[in-house]
Design a binder for this molecule. Structure first.
Ligand SMILES: [Zn+2]
Length: 291
C-alpha cells in the first residue's frame, strides 16, 4: 500500500482539493523523511507557494509548486495521505506535538491540511527543482506507465524479450513497468493464469499476450472499484481482490485452496490449479480478463 489503483484514487481526490491553493504552513514529525534537494531550509521553502498540479507517476505522487519546485512522495509500504478539513485541524483537540509518523503536513490557505503519514517511516518526501526531478531515486528511472497509451503490446514485447528472471520479479521491476506492487502482481498473474515463479523466457507467446492483456485490465478494474467506494483517501480498499491476502481460502474461480509462496524477497499468493507450474500447452482465451 499504496499501489497504482490506490494512488489513482488519491490523485483524483487530492487534485481538486489542492490545485490553486497556497501553502500557509508546513511541518513534519520526522525530518529524516524529508529529502530536500534545494538550498532553502524547510519549511520556509514551501510556505507561500501555490500548488499548480497534482499527478501520479508510477507509484509516486507529484505536487508541482510555483517557482519551479516539485514535491515528490514515495510512500513505500505503508505511507498514506489524509485530507483534514478546517474544522478538525483548527480544533483544540489536535495534539500539541505531531507524531513521528507525520512525514509532512501542508496547511492550505482555506484551512484544509494535507498529511502524508508513514508509520514505518520507510517512505520519502523529496523537494527538488523541477529541472532536477530526474535525480530523484527510482522516480528518475521509472519504466512505462502501464495504464498509459505508451504501454503497447510492442513495447511490452521488447521489455519481456530481454528478461531471464521470474515473471513476478519482472512485473515488479519499476524500471521496466511503472508501477506494479505485491498485491496487483499477484492479481495480474492470477488473471493471466501464470505461476508467479515462471521464468519470462519460458512463457509461451500466448501467455505473454495474456499477461500483457491482464496488466491494464486488472489495474483499471481496481481503479474503477476503488473510485466507486468513495472511501477517505487513507482507507485501504482491497477486499475485492481474488488471491492477494487470501492464502488458505478457496480460489474464486475453481475452489482450490490459494497458497502463498516465496518469490524473491516477497510472498506471492496464487492458485495452484489455475496457475500451474510448467508451461501449459495452450491458453484458454475464454478465461482472459474482460477489459
Ligand atoms: Zn483456481
Amino acid at each position: 500500500m499504496p499501489e497504482l489503483p490506490d494512488l489513482a484514487y488519491v490523485e483524483s481526490v487530492l487534485r481538486p482539493a489542492l490545485v490553486g491553493r497556497r501553502i500557509t504552513a508546513a511541518r513534519t514529525g520526522d525530518p529524516t523523511v524529508l529529502r530536500i534537494m534545494v538550498t532553502e531550509p524547510f519549511p520556509d521553502l514551501l510556505v507561500g507557494r501555490s500548488i499548480t498540479a497534482v499527478s501520479r507517476r508510477g507509484h509516486f505522487m507529484r505536487f508541482a509548486l510555483d517557482g519551479d519546485l516539485v514535491l515528490v512522495v514515495n510512500a513505500m509500504l505503508v505511507g498514506r495521505y489524509k485530507l483534514i478539513p478546517p474544522a478538525t485541524s483548527n480544533s483544540d483537540a489536535r495534539p500539541k506535538k505531531d507524531p513521528r509518523a507525520l512525514g509532512l503536513a501542508l496547511v492550505l490557505d482555506d484551512g484544509v491540511q494535507m498529511h502524508y503519514v508513514d508509520e514505518k517511516r520507510m517512505g520519502k518526501v523529496y523537494v527538488a527543482r523541477a529541472a532536477d526531478e530526474a535525480r530523484i531515486p527510482v522516480y528518475g528511472q521509472l519504466g512505462i506507465d502501464v495504464v498509459s497509451p505508451a504501454f503497447t503490446r510492442e513495447a511490452f514485447g521488447r521489455l519481456i524479450a530481454r528478461r531471464r528472471d521470474q515473471t513476478r520479479m519482472f512485473l515488479m521491476d519499476k524500471r521496466a513497468l511503472a508501477s506494479i506492487g505485491n498485491a496487483y502482481a499477484d492479481e495480474i498473474l492470477f488473471a493471466a493464469r501464470i505461476h508467479p515463479k515462471t521464468f519470462c523466457n519460458k512463457l509461451a507467446p500466448a501467455e505473454v499476450d495474456a499477461l500483457y492483456a491482464a496488466i491494464p485490465a486488472v489495474l483499471n478494474q481496481a481503479i474503477g472499484e476503488i473510485a466507486r467506494r468513495r472511501e477517505p483517501v487513507d482507507v485501504k480498499v482491497r477486499d475485492f481482490l481474488s488471491v492477494r491476502g487470501r492464502d488458505g481460502k478457496p480460489c474464486p474461480r475453481c475452489g482450490t485452496t490459494i497458497r502463498a509462496v516465496r518469490v524473491g524477497d516477497g510472498d506471492a499468493c496464487f492458485c495452484p490449479t489455475c496457475q500451474p507450474t510448467g508451461r501449459k500447452l495452450f491458453v484458454d482465451f475464454r478465461a482472459l480478463p474482460k477489459v
